[in-house]
Write a protein that binds this ligand. Structure first.
Ligand code: MG
Length: 449
């Protein structure tokens, strides 16, 4: 059977893998899975292909007998939480998250506001590839209305995340969906907000969308030159967060560790993170009496583990963070609020908190590899890598080798044509050496046809 879903929904380039025809079919399939009745909430990020795909998906849903509530341009977490709040049967978000503007995709949410599980995605794939869907007669076609999820979301945040702050926060929304939420949420709590790139623009002209060090240089410079509290950033659909401290340093896995530890309120509290996160997460969480559970990469795996272990937090190095006390979707604007709450509650500067944590050097590299060759390349890597980076091998997700000097992880991206390599050691030279060896193995395998 063919595959539609990657680690985070359906994803591809508009006009190639992603077409209105596909979305109309997916609308019919989703309606069929839902029993040709009930309401589906549909949202989209600011991509230029959003409206055409929305129209196609809605046509499919309506002709399959579902009613549609149109949320318009909203962050993914607003759509996910909204699905649960309005009692819809399902939510459908048209987004390609952090991918470049020519991409688009679909991510589905169930009535609990949780991302579709692999089993739910397989059901859709089965019906789609078997072309087994049911459409209804003219007198059973669904109805379509508009719905305001933003104000409902803001209300929940006001009720659930209560604090006041006079901190100055520079927010870089990358012209994505967060533009309509995060600056406002922070201002409502008293923060002085300087908003960069906070007008939605489907061309994403300002920067790459992943909230990583490379893409947040303007944010870092702005925060450093203003000498203000903190800089926060999001990806295109605002389910991720990135941050720079008041010195303009990108914070990365140490921010994940600080937040994970902040969420631990009593001994034994569980935090979920992924196999590619720094050891600093264990260091920070265990000091507070908490416990870390590691799972495979991807927010669906994290969400499932959060439920299974009744965790107090789930977070990935990518900046995709789940706060189960509010809801089960990764939420960038909520993460922004929580970072400011953390700073308020400690009364410390972010740089001070960061500098107290142990220094590991975590390096990441991505190596281009066509999607169709990933399986074959990974099989070779599994064979060759342990010889290069001596240590204990684990294949829970990709290939990870734990060596004395640190660890290295090689895994194929679920959303893009890359193989990702992560290496961590106690110093720069050690991490570079591990990364060089592992990347060398991957490159040589990719080159050899
Ligand atoms: Mg995203």
């Amino acid at each position: 059977m063919g595959k539609l879903f990657g680690t985070s929904g359906v994803r591809g380039i508009f006009g190639k893998e992603i077409t209105p025809e596909l979305f109309a079919d997916l609308g019919r399939v989703i309606a069929t899975v839902l029993g040709n009745s009930g309401t589906v909430v549909v949202g989209r990020d600011p991509r230029l292909s959003g409206p055409v795909l929305e129209n196609a998906l809605v046509a499919g849903l309506l002709s399959g007998g579902c009613d549609v509530a149109l949320a318009g341009m909203v962050p993914t977490p607003v759509l996910a939480l909204g699905t649960k709040l309005v009692g819809a049967k399902s939510g459908a978000m048209i987004t390609a998250s952090h991918n470049p503007p020519e991409y688009n995709g679909l991510k589905c949410w169930n009535r609990d506001g949780m991302a579709y599980t692999p089993a739910e995605e397989e059901k859709i794939e089965e019906l789609y590839f078997g072309r087994r869907w049911r459409t209804v007669g003219w007198d059973e076609i669904g109805t379509c209305r508009e719905i305001d999820l933003l104000s409902r979301y803001e209300q929940v945040m006001a009720e659930r995340v209560g604090f006041e702050s006079t901190l100055t926060v520079v927010v870089d929304c990358g012209n994505g969906a967060a533009s309509v939420v995060t600056p406002q949420l922070l201002r409502e709590r008293g923060c002085k907000v300087i908003a960069l790139n906070s007008n939605p623009d489907g061309l994403f002209p300002a920067r790459g969308l992943e909230p990583n060090e490379k893409n947040l240089q303007v944010l870092a410079k702005t925060v450093r030159e203003l000498g203000v509290g903190v800089g926060l950033a999001h990806d295109g659909d605002a389910d991720r967060i990135g941050a720079v401290d008041e010195k303009g340093r990108f914070v990365g896995d140490k921010l994940l560790a600080l937040m994970a530890a902040f969420q631990v309120k009593k001994p034994g509290d569980v935090v979920v993170t992924t196999v590619d996160a720094s050891r600093v997460v264990e260091d920070a969480v265990e000091e507070r009496g908490g416990r870390v559970v590691r799972v495979r990469v991807g927010d669906v795996a994290v969400a499932q583990a959060v439920v299974e272990h009744r965790a107090v937090f789930g977070g990935e190095p990518s900046g995709s963070w789940i706060f189960p006390e509010v809801h089960l979707a990764p939420d960038g604007p909520l993460a922004a609020l929580k970072v400011v709450e953390l700073l308020e509650s400690t009364g410390r500067k972010l740089s001070e908190l960061v500098d107290e944590l142990p220094d590991y050097v975590t390096l990441r590299e991505k190596i281009a590899c066509p999607n169709e060759r990933k399986g074959e390349v990974m099989r070779k890597v599994e064979e060759l890598l342990p010889r290069e980076a001596k240590g204990e091998i684990s294949t829970a997700d990709g290939v990870r080798v734990d060596a004395e000097s640190g660890w290295v992880l090689v895994r194929p991206s679920g959303t893009e044509p890359y193989i990702r390599v992560t290496a961590e050691a106690e110093d720069e030279a050690g991490a570079k050496e591990l990364l060089r060896r592992a990347a060398g193995v991957v490159e040589s395998v990719v080159k050899k046809k």
